[in-house]
Design a protein around this ligand. Structure first.
Ligand code: CA
Length: 226
């Protein structure tokens, strides 16, 4: 059971609103930081790992949509956008570029708190397989999510299984036969070429997209992720 406070960044240039949010959130036992300036907010959001960001759209120096767009190139901190009433375009744009939720001002604090609870839920600490990390690649076996530099990689089941197995055996050269046995199963009927085919799929989705060499071919021996 974690007693660590969840941290929230409030990005809002209207002092009355940010003060109100801070009081309400601290009352709910969140740790709050406030930024009233767009550029400063982006910098703060990039430097720290907040559990959630409440993001106003109209801000000095850099607007909320632009902050979110730049933030999403690097990290997936949950973001709730605050928009003025009837700014439909902002809502749509915000969700398109990766906001997790939005609220229209004026908002009911109870509703905002409910959404914050929803988006800051941490996974239960029981029986959680460790997230496998290699450089910018991260593989979460429980959630079955793979990301590179924070960007989700869209993988089929077999591609994920293969990537997970290679990550579990990081720095170990794994033969095609062993990959076939472990990922496809002993009863797989077919040639080991299928391993090469799936390694190619993975490379096309990771190496080719991000310009890296993640899966190395070791001639005559197999494959390895280092
Ligand atoms: Ca504003």
């Amino acid at each position: 059971m974690t007693t660590e406070k969840k941290s929230i960044l409030i990005v809002e240039d209207e002092a009355q609103i940010s003060r109100f949010l801070q009081l309400e959130l601290e009352h709910e036992n969140y740790a709050c930081s406030i930024c009233a300036d767009g550029r400063e907010a982006l910098e703060t959001a990039l430097k720290n790992d907040f559990d959630l960001i409440i993001l106003d759209v109209m801000l000095p120096s850099l607007n909320g949509i632009e902050i979110l767009r730049r933030l999403r190139q690097v990290k997936q901190t949950p973001v709730i956008i605050l928009t003025a009433r009837d700014q439909v375009v902002d809502k749509v744009t915000g969700l398109d570029i990766g906001a997790n939720d939005y609220m229209t001002k004026p908002f009911a604090i109870e509703e905002l708190l409910a959404r914050i609870r929803l988006h800051t839920k941490r996974p239960s600490s029981e029986v959680v397989a460790p997230v496998l990390v290699c450089g910018k690649l991260s593989v979460n076996p429980d959630a079955r999510i793979a990301t590179f530099d924070g960007h989700p990689i869209d993988l089929t089941k077999k591609e994920f299984d293969l990537l997970e197995f290679l990550m579990q055996n990081r720095n170990v050269v794994v033969s095609r036969e062993r990959l076939l046995d472990s990922v496809w199963g002993f009863d797989f009927y077919g040639s080991t070429n299928v391993v090469d085919v799936y390694v190619r799929y993975l490379r096309s989705k990771i190496d080719d997209v991000y310009g890296v060499t993640l899966i190395e071919t070791v001639r005559g021996a197999g494959y390895v992720i280092r």
